[in-house]
Write a protein that binds this ligand. Structure first.
Ligand code: BGC
Length: 798
């Protein structure tokens, strides 16, 4: 970058000269949980930021200020659609502005190394090129509207087990070709901020790692802000090398100790100046320095819902179909699986947002099909946050709950709230309170044995009709704080209630465990039929229906931030339910609601399998569109789906006793590793069916551009993702059998032929050596088709 490209250059020295050392250090230590510090004296506003990979939660975790919930990472990547990302980026920017935040902490561009990775759902793909393409489109489109993106987590934070201390051991070629590449492309796309990860790489924690200097700031010329992942700064001088901003703020290791280190000459003041320069440049870009943020497009609720609905349908991958889909005017449809009524719209952890409304498969399908629902299985013993239609705030007499903040006997504040789970991050009353209480009068909408209880960290108690029935102290046992906060253990009592009976419930939490923020849940579990009775009812309904749709999925307890999955099995009796239903109804469609691969032992015994990921708030309507054929299932797999966990070539995410997590497979992850192992997966990378048929022909190559004719040979319009892979027969270099080089999305009407043009970036011909990027002389073979295993066309190139 030259000075003339630098939006800040003319101003920086003047502004810096106005700041003394403590002021500079304040600017690089954060203001609070989700706010970068400001400095009114130089016209610099405080800068709120928000988590943002799948929607913009805002500074607070508060149902009174809801957010649009977008499809999560795997879903966005499954669209392979850069243009769609442009629309999604505009929506994210609009949400950011509506929430008054200057930056969104996303996209998450770590790589699917193992399907066990807890944040797999949040990341895009097992392929670095696809990850990079989607990341680039995301960054460009969000920042085109003056809102900063923040690609994260730099680098090799590809699993969650011991994520604060895991030490990834990887050689430089592996890092460059797989894990750094999406960050490199994000920098090329102009990212204004990058988040340094919790983990170490080759022995050094990422907030202190030389990788922040080279290649990030040096070779790639990144001129934005390196912000630490939340709490990832662990030292004063060490982290003051490449990391620019410590969050959340004010971060103790960087306040007075950093000032002292500068005064003692342990950290040069010039290094602090450089960080402040970067923060000022960032502020200038987002409109926080003597300016106002750039106007952004606005989306009505309906417009936002339309974008999310279309994106969710474009992301759904039809893995198999015997012709049952799309459904044409079926008779009775048995809708089964508890995930049909209580699905997962999004993944758990910091990607969580609170949408104003959601549409479940049960709601969406009931609009368009003659659906009869019964769950068949209960996914876990867990209770749910008390539904709003069952609870009345005793203070206002309206649906909802009353939240009281107490300091001893003094009531600091009372709020009317509309959610059974409350996260009180950064809330000043919550910070001051010695106890919080959630009260609501529960109305039983069915007779039977109810579970009534709570979840939180600290001393929890529950009173029913004024009588204390439970008290217990629940403290974190060394677990990840995010996991403990978002997924704390539940405690409950049981009460037999008549239909319509009401009972006063008071849940009280005295916070504990040294948590800086609090979460409290008032939870209930409705009466349930005995498991076998429930199961039998579902099978009977399927037997007597025209079509059976079974919605299966993971739970927040097995797939979320803060921990890795233990296995790839669907929880509970879901596999058993699908098998039993398929045995009595040949028209069984399975809808899989998980953010990452699951085993599907019944997959060849059912009529169709549709993979929906975590599709965002419009799940039900998008699903209805796809099942009825109003929309095509547009998705293609961004990651390989195994038959069984035992087949997965790269699986282990557990660091050894010395914290080391060796990436000993090198460049062979994902489909590259599958091809090397020779084992067939359930569904290969790139795979996905639509509702029409295609023929590819006439592949031609000119320079690094491939063109071909794509003919829709079916009887309805469709969308296809044409993929190009390279291979190299006789190579002196260790290479994958083949690797993705480029792709194009085409649409064509029935019988229509269109030309697909695929640009093949130079980088996909290069490999990393000690001397840098190199192209091996000689030619490569280009393979073109519709998945890594379906490649009918080829040509020599190079
Ligand atoms: C996560 C980040 C997130 C941050 C703030 C961390 O625990 O790893 O992805 O942006 O929290 O919520």
């Amino acid at each position: 970058m030259t000075d003339s490209d630098d939006v800040l250059a003319p101003l920086a020295d003047d502004l810096l000269a106005k700041l003394d050392l403590p002021a500079k250090i304040r600017l690089i230590s954060g203001a609070n949980f989700f706010r970068f510090a400001g400095e009114p004296g130089i016209g610099l506003a405080e800068m709120p930021v928000s988590d943002g990979p799948s929607g913009v939660r805002g500074e607070n975790w508060d149902e009174r200020d809801p957010s649009v919930s977008l499809p999560s990472g795997t879903a966005l990547a499954a669209t392979w659609d850069r243009d769609l990302l442009t629309e999604i980026g505009a929506l994210i920017a609009a949400e950011a502005r509506r929430k008054d935040v200057y930056a969104v902490l996303g996209p998450t561009i770590n790589v699917h190394r193992s399907p066990l990775g807890g944040r797999h759902f949040e990341c895009f793909s097992e392929d670095p090129l696809l990850t990079a393409e989607i990341a680039e489109a995301y960054v460009r489109s969000v920042q085109a509207h003056g809102v900063s993106a923040c690609p994260k987590h730099y680098v090799a934070n590809d699993s969650e087990t011991e994520r604060f201390t895991a030490d990834v051991i990887a050689d430089e070629r592996t890092l460059r070709e797989l894990y750094l590449y999406p960050f490199e492309r994000s920098v090329e796309a102009g990212a204004w901020m990058i988040m340094a990860a919790y983990n170490s790489v080759n022995g050094v924690t990422m907030t202190e790692n030389d990788l922040l200097d080279e290649p990030l700031k040096g070779e790639w010329g990144f001129d934005g802000v390196v912000v630490s992942d939340w709490t990832a700064v662990r030292s004063t001088a060490g982290a003051a090398k490449g990391n620019d901003l410590a969050m959340p703020g004010p971060w103790e290791a960087w306040g007075a100790p950093l000032e002292a280190a500068v005064r003692k000459g342990e950290v040069p003041e010039a290094a602090i100046d450089e960080k402040v320069r970067r923060i000022l440049r960032f502020a200038e870009r987002v409109g926080a320095l003597n300016g106002t943020p750039q106007p952004v497009p606005t989306f009505s609720d309906e417009a936002a819902a339309r974008v999310v609905r279309a994106a969710a349908a474009k992301a759904m991958v039809l893995a198999s179909n015997d012709g049952t889909l799309p459904l044409r005017a079926p008779g009775r449809v048995a809708l089964l699986g508890s995930a049909a009524a209580e699905p997962r719209f999004m993944g758990g952890g910091s990607a969580t947002v609170i949408p104003a409304h959601t549409t479940s498969p049960l709601q969406g399908l009931s609009e368009v099909l003659p659906v009869v629902y019964t769950p068949g299985v209960h996914l876990s013993e867990n209770m749910i946050p008390v539904p709003l239609d069952l609870v009345t705030d005793p203070e206002t007499g309206t649906p909802g709950l009353s939240l009281r903040y107490l300091d001893g006997d003094t009531v600091l504040d009372t709020e009317h709230r509309s959610a059974g789970t409350l996260m009180l991050f950064g809330n000043p009353n919550a910070m001051q309170a010695t106890a919080i209480e959630l009260r609501g009068r529960l109305r039983a909408d069915m007779a039977g044995e109810w579970r009534i209880g709570c979840a939180g960290v600290g001393t929890l108690s529950v009173a029913l009709d004024g009588e204390q029935v439970l008290e217990e102290t629940v403290l974190p046992a060394g677990a990840d704080p995010v996991e403990m906060l978002l997924n704390p253990p539940q405690r409950f009592v049981t009460r037999t209630l008549a239909e319509g009976q009401e009972i006063d419930v008071l849940v009280r939490l005295v916070p504990g465990g040294g948590f800086p923020a609090m979460g409290i849940t008032y939870a209930v579990g409705r009466p349930r039929r005995a498991d076998d009775e429930e199961f039998a009812a579902a099978v009977e309904l399927a037997r007597t229906s025209d079509v059976a749709i079974v919605v299966v999925g993971t739970t927040e307890q097995i797939e979320s931030e803060g921990f890795d999955r233990r296995d790839l099995a669907l929880p509970g009796r879901q596999d058993e339910l699908v098998a039993a239903v398929a045995a009595v109804n040949p028209r069984t469609i399975v809808v899989v609601n998980s953010g990452s691969p699951v085993e599907m032992p019944w997959r060849d015994d059912v009529a169709a399998v549709l993979l929906t990921w975590f599709p965002g708030q419009e799940f039900g309507t998008a699903l209805a569109d796809v099942l009825t054929g109003a929309a095509e299932p547009g998705g293609r797999l961004p990651t390989t789906w195994p038959k069984t966990m035992a087949d997965v070539p790269v699986l282990d995410t557990k660091p050894g006793p010395d914290n080391a997590l060796p990436y000993s497979e090198g460049i062979h992850i994902g489909y590259r590793a599958w091809l090397k192992s020779g084992v067939a997966p359930a569904y290969p990378f790139g795979h996905g069916l639509g509702y029409t048929s295609w023929e590819l022909s006439g592949l031609e190559v000119s320079g690094r551009t491939a063109t071909l004719t794509v003919t829709n040979t079916g009887d309805r319009p469709g969308r296809q993702v044409v993929q190009a892979y390279l291979s190299r027969e006789r190579s002196a270099v260790d290479r994958p059998v083949r690797w993705l080089s480029g792709f194009a999305v085409v649409e064509a009407g029935a019988g229509e032929s269109v030309t697909a043009t695929i640009e093949l970036p130079k980088r996909s011909f290069q490999h990393w050596t000690e001397k840098g990027w190199t192209i091996e002389p000689g030619s490569f073979t280009l393979h073109v088709g519709t998945s890594v295993l379906a490649l009918p066309l080829s040509a020599e190139i190079g």
